[in-house]
Design a protein. Structure first.
Lengths: 216, 216
DNA sequence: ACCTGAACACCGTTCAAGT
DNA sequence: ACCTGAACACCGTTCAAGT
């Protein structure tokens, strides 16, 4: 009986049983292919691996980004949850940095993802991938604002640099296997982000003043 | 007649008159196409614009990078000369930063060039483009070493971060039209590069106080 | 409704045939 | 020596025909 099944898909989408099956097969195949061969892998390969016609792939996912966004959905949610968690952390500056580090690791999972993300981030056409970017942006903005309010991050930094820095660090991580270079780069970036503290000449008060024990 | 003499020295190469003409047409056409449509433009388009068979393009430039490197040759030379010039400047740290800024502007001239450059930079296959990267690396290393010797740049910075930072800033410049974001990012990077000065005297900085995780 | 795969429009690369 | 362009092997996207 090809009647309607329960809402298994994204939200309240109702799919015929065979369509739902194909949908799931496509997502699974895409996951494998993206992991193995990068975010730019041939869509035909994905369809073939899912044992589905290429037209079916296009029916469910009109653009490559739609498919990518769906595959990334779970891991995206993890990063966003991490952002909310870190928002409660004791050290706003370090919490921001930690979140950036995790964002970098995440973005570097698939070859080509950093480019796709950054592209979606600045592109005017609203792809599904872009909505991920907006969510990242909001999470980063919250962490950044808190760290700035705590006086740990320079006040002139904006969230766009933070996100794009993370993407470019991920991009470098994709290009080179020299993991040390990425870490050194992040170290430089982080020092730059808190540079205001040092720039503001200040008396001796600035350095040892904030202790995590005093609430946060 | 078609007398072949000296070996394959790039500039002193002796070509039959028609071959030389085709070669020049190709470089000119490639220059226009790269400028107009980015570093990933169709090679067939370039050959067509040069009114030359596609096979002729391949004969002269076995890979896309070879063609790109040739087109970029002049501007590359300018950046390298600038590097030597800045090596004589009065302020080693600022001279390094100025050179990076110019490298970023240069790399951002063609869409896709930053990716090609960074790729060549870390790739093991020695393309012609990669030799450009080595030259940049050497120029950056000289400026960096001088600035570090002057105590203006943190001693733990390595040239690979400097070059890849420049490429990633250029990559961001390609992605977004928000020129301000690129400048703010460079500002953060530069502050991070001279952070050692501030870090050095302050032994009990906030970062060393609490450590959310392992790692040193 | 949904699926299929042939068809179309590309692009990169090679190579046998020409001059 | 050098040039040419047809030929081949891809890939993305659409759509008429099937169930």
């Amino acid at each position: 009986m090809p009647t309607l099944t329960s809402p298994k898909a994204k939200s309240s989408r109702l799919l015929r049983a065979d369509a739902q099956r194909n949908y799931d097969l496509l997502v699974a195949a895409a996951h494998s292919e993206f992991t193995a061969n990068g975010a730019g892998v041939s869509l035909e390969d994905i369809a073939r691996r899912a044992k589905v016609g290429i037209g079916t792939l296009y029916r469910h996912f009109p653009t490559r980004d739609d498919l990518l966004a769906k595959v990334l959905n779970d891991s995206t949610a993890v990063i966003l949850a991490r952002g909310r968690e870190l928002l409660q952390g004791p050290s706003p500056g370090e919490n921001l940095f930690q979140w950036i580090r995790e964002l970098v690791d995440y973005t570097a999972t698939y070859r080509g993802l950093s480019a796709a993300m950054a592209n979606g981030y600045v592109s005017e056409s609203a792809t599904r991938l872009c909505s991920n970017c907006d969510a990242f942006s909001a999470a980063g903005a919250a962490l950044l604002a808190r760290a700035q309010a705590a006086g740990e991050i320079r006040p002139d930094a904006q969230v766009v640099e933070v996100i794009l820095s993370a993407h470019s660090a991920a991009w470098i991580a994709e290009q080179t296997k020299d993991r040390g270079a990425v870490e050194r780069l992040l170290g430089i970036l982080f020092d730059g982000l808190r540079a205001a503290r040092a720039t503001k000449p200040a008396a001796g008060a600035a350095t040892g003043r904030r202790r995590p024990r005093a609430r946060a």
